[in-house]
Design a binder for this molecule. Structure first.
Ligand SMILES: NC(=O)C1=CN([C@@H]2O[C@H](COP(=O)(O)OP(=O)(O)OC[C@H]3O[C@@H](n4cnc5c(N)ncnc54)[C@H](O)[C@@H]3O)[C@@H](O)[C@H]2O)C=CC1
Ligand SMILES: O=C(O)CCC(=O)C(=O)O
Length: 469
C-alpha cells in the first residue's frame, strides 16, 4: 500500500470545521476568525464564502489506479483525507475501503458494479479520471444519488497520436523488425511494407478522438472515411459514409473509436473482417469489447488482415507486472502474440504526462465543486445544476442539495419545509427518473439546520440530501 494522508494542519482544519460524523449531528460553521486565517487557501475570491458539507464527517477520498499527483494536490488543498493506491484494488479490499469514503477516484480498471457500490454507505461522488465510464454501474449510481464525473476530452489527443504511430508501424511492420533486432536478427525487407500516403483510413466513431485523428491523418496524406451513428460535420476533406460496410470495403486501415455499449460489442467480427480489403489493417484503442478477437486471429492467420494494433482487451490486468497478460486472462493470448505484425500495448492510449495531469486537474476540480458547492455541471449521470456562490457576509445561509425521484409534487413538499426561511435562489432540473434541487435559504439559525435536515430526510421522494453552509 502506498497511502498518502493529509497532514496535521489539514486534519486540524477539518476538526475546526466540526464536520462531525453521524448523519443527524449538527455542526457549527467555522468562526470568522478561523476563516480569516485561511481565505486564500480555500477560496479564489475573498468575497466568496466557502461552503462545507454538513453532517458528512471528515471528507474521505479514495484514489486508485495511480490517479495523477495534480488531483491529490487539489484534494489536499481542500483539507480532504486522501488515500492513494497505484493499482486497482482486488474486489474484497475495494468493498472494505469503499464502505466509509465520500468520494472515489478511478481510471478504467476498477469496476464499480452494484455489488461493490451497495457497500458504499457514504459515497457522494465518483470521479472517473478518464473518458470511458462503462466501468461504473451508472444506473445504480444514479438511483442512489451518487454523481459521476469524467474527463471527456483531456486524453483525446494522446490517443489520436498513438493511433498515428500505429498506422505507420503496421504499414512498415515496425513491431516485428524491432523484436527481431532485439534478438539479434537482421531482416532488411521491403516486401509488403508500404507508405501511408494515398491510402485510406476508415474511422469508426467520429467523436473527440476520431475527429482529431482525422486531421492528423490527412496531414500525412491519408484519405479519411468515417462511419458514425450520428451525422457529424467532416473535418478537412474527410467523408462520412452511410454504412459500416462501405467503410470496411474501401479502407486500408480501420480504426475503432466508439464507446463500449451493447451496440458496439463485437462490432468487428468474422463478417466484418470478410468485408474488408485483402491485406487491410485493424486498430482498436477504444474498448476491448468492440472487437471479436478470436475472429481477428482467424482473419490474420488466413492473411485477410495484414496486421493489427490493439491497446484494449476484453480482460485487462488490474496492475502492472510480468506474466499477467496470459491465456488465463484471455484464452487467445498465446495464439495471438505468435502471429506476425501484431502490436499490443497495455491500454496506454491516454497515458501521457500531458493527458494525465490535465485529467487530474479537471476531474478533481469537478469533484471539489460538487462536494463543496453541489455544482453538478459536467456530470455524466446527473441533471446539471449550479447556483452562484454565496458571499462571505451571507452568514446564516444554508445551501440545500436535494436529490429525489422525478415525480409530481416534490417541489411543493420541499418548499413547504423551507418556507419558514427566505428562499434566496433555487434551481431544479431532472434527468430521466431523478431530479436535483438546489436552494439557498437565508435566516437559518444553527438550531434550525438539524430540523430542516430531519424533515427533508422524511420526504418520500428523497434519494439523498446534503446541507452545505
Ligand atoms: N485507449 C485509451 O486509453 C482510451 C480509450 N478511450 C475510448 O475511446 C472511446 C471514444 O472516445 P471519444 O472519441 O472521446 O468518444 P466520443 O463520445 O467523443 O465519440 C464516440 C463516437 O462514437 C459514435 N458511436 C457511438 N456508438 C456508435 C456505433 N454503434 N456505431 C458508430 N458510431 C458510434 C458516437 O456517435 C460518437 O461520435 C471512449 O468511449 C473510450 O472507451 C478513450 C480514451 C483513452
Ligand atoms: O488512462 C486510463 O486509465 C484509461 C483511459 C481510457 O480508456 C479512457 O479515458 O476511457
Amino acid at each position: 500500500m502506498s497511502g498518502v494522508n493529509i497532514n496535521n494542519l489539514q486534519n486540524t482544519f477539518q476538526r475546526a470545521m466540526n464536520l462531525s460524523g453521524s448523519p443527524g449531528a449538527v455542526s457549527t460553521s467555522p468562526t470568522q476568525s478561523f476563516m480569516d486565517a485561511l481565505p486564500r487557501r480555500m477560496s479564489t475570491s475573498k468575497h466568496i464564502k466557502t461552503l462545507k458539507p454538513f453532517s458528512t464527517g471528515d471528507m474521505k477520498i479514495l484514489l486508485l489506479e495511480n490517479v495523477n499527483e495534480t488531483a491529490i494536490s487539489i484534494f489536499k488543498e481542500q483539507g480532504y483525507q486522501v488515500e492513494f493506491y497505484k493499482a486497482a484494488l482486488p474486489e474484497e479490499e475495494l468493498i472494505e475501503k469503499i464502505k466509509d469514503v465520500h468520494a472515489i477516484g478511478i481510471r478504467s480498471k476498477t469496476k464499480l458494479s452494484a455489488k461493490i457500490l451497495e457497500h458504499a454507505n457514504n459515497l457522494v461522488v465518483i470521479g472517473c479520471f478518464c473518458i470511458g465510464t462503462n466501468q461504473v454501474d451508472l444506473t445504480y449510481a444514479t438511483q442512489h444519488g451518487i454523481a459521476v464525473f469524467n474527463s471527456p476530452f483531456s486524453n483525446s489527443r494522446s490517443v489520436a497520436e498513438l493511433v498515428i504511430a500505429e498506422i505507420i508501424s503496421l504499414a512498415r511492420q515496425l513491431g516485428d523488425r524491432s523484436i527481431e533486432l532485439h534478438t539479434g536478427t537482421w531482416n532488411k525487407v521491403s516486401h509488403k511494407c508500404w507508405e501511408v500516403r494515398g491510402k485510406t483510413l476508415g474511422i469508426i466513431g467520429y467523436g473527440h478522438i476520431g475527429s482529431q485523428l482525422s486531421v492528423l491523418a490527412e496531414a500525412m496524406g491519408l484519405h479519411v472515411l468515417y462511419y458514425d451513428t450520428v451525422t457529424i460535420m467532416a473535418l478537412g476533406t474527410a467523408k462520412q459514409v452511410p454504412t459500416l460496410d462501405e467503410l470496411l470495403n474501401k479502407s486500408d486501415f480501420v480504426t475503432c473509436h466508439v464507446p463500449a455499449t451493447p451496440e458496439t460489442k463485437n462490432m468487428l467480427s468474422a463478417p466484418q473482417f470478410a468485408a474488408m480489403k485483402d491485406g487491410a489493417y485493424v486498430i482498436n484503442a477504444s474498448r476491448g469489447t468492440v472487437i471479436d478477437i478470436p475472429a481477428l486471429v482467424a482473419a490474420c492467420k488466413c492473411g485477410k488482415i495484414a496486421g493489427a494494433a490493439l491497446d484494449v482487451y476484453p480482460n485487462e490486468p488490474g496492475k502492472n507486472g510480468e506474466g499477467v497478460f496470459n491465456n488465463e486472462l484471455n484464452s487467445w493470448t498465446s495464439e495471438f502474440v505468435s502471429l506476425p505484425n501484431i502490436i499490443l500495448t497495455p491500454h496506454i492510449g491516454g497515458s501521457t504526462e500531458e493527458a494525465q495531469s490535465s485529467i487530474g486537474v479537471e476531474v478533481a476540480t469537478s469533484l471539489t465543486k460538487y462536494i463543496n458547492e453541489g455544482n453538478s455541471v459536467g456530470s455524466v449521470n446527473f441533471p446539471e445544476v449550479s447556483l452562484r456562490s454565496l458571499d462571505y457576509d451571507q452568514e446564516n445561509t444554508v445551501r440545500v442539495l436535494y436529490i429525489h425521484h422525478n415525480v409530481p409534487g416534490v417541489l411543493k413538499t420541499v418548499n413547504n419545509i423551507l418556507s419558514n426561511h427566505n428562499i434566496e435562489k433555487q434551481f431544479s432540473d431532472s434527468n430521466g427518473d431523478i431530479a436535483y434541487l438546489m436552494a439557498d435559504i437565508s435566516s437559518v439559525d444553527q438550531s434550525d439546520i438539524k430540523d430542516i435536515y430531519t424533515q427533508l430526510n422524511q420526504t418520500e421522494s428523497k434519494i439523498s440530501i446534503r446541507l452545505l453552509y
